[in-house]
Design a binder for this molecule. Sequence first.
Ligand code: G5P
Ligand code: MG
Length: 223
Amino acid sequence: MRIILLGAPGSGKGTQASIIEDKYGFSKISSGDLLRQEIEQKTNLGLKAQEAMDKGHLVSDELVGEIIKKRISSQDCKNGYVLDGFPRNISQAKYLEKMDRRRKETVLEIELEEKVLIQRLSSRRVCVECGAVFNLEGRPSKKKGICDACGGLLIQRRDDKPEVIRERLKVYQQQTKPLIEYYRDKKVYFPIDGKKTIPEVFVEISKILDKRLEEDRVTRQSP
Ligand code: G5P
Ligand code: MG
């Protein structure tokens, strides 16, 4: 199974992808995290990606495609994976299908109104060491500014500034939203109400995943 999480910036893709990985054992692949690692390691790819990310624009399909392909071909993805932030446009969706052809897909879009997205992104804090995600309002760390998981420092992401947030939301509407019709036509698209708490959103997601996995099992068993 390949799970694709769609949703505007701040909708909770990364949060839910981590829970899906924990509960279902599907490896989490986050294109944003992979790009941030490249930036941290000051690789050529990272240097090229940084400029686009700081503006809230998409990194080129070639660069993102390269790191996703490498990640998907690793051993831990053989039994399935959950994609957070990829694909972001139709051309990336087609690339994914070509790269890993026979896998059943489930596409979940976490829906949330813009006002709440902006609120969540402005109050998000991430750990510089392990990448754990917190929220000053909804999910604060026990000790202010310190990660509960590893004791690392919590910071605000560079692209969580108000003007970059606005640009990212615009880019989502223009370039990523068309994927909804694309996946609806393929009959693999499921919208999820993102307004609830993190555990409640996961309950909605797991209802769909359990059903899809069961369908998959039955199909495999039938001659
Ligand atoms: P990213 O890193 O993919 P975005 O913009 O798509 O960035 P972002 O900001 O990481 O998405 P998210 O993962 O959807 O948001 O949300 P999250 O971090 O889990 O949750 C946001 C906040 O809300 C957190 O504080 C969390 O605690 C709280 N929260 C989460 N869920 C809930 C809930 O259910 N209830 C409540 N109350 N709170 C909740 O991409 C970054 C950049 O990388 C490049 C682009 O430049 C992009 O801008 N990039 C790509 N470029 C080209 N192609 C691609 N495929 C690319 N992928 C990345
Ligand atoms: Mg994220």
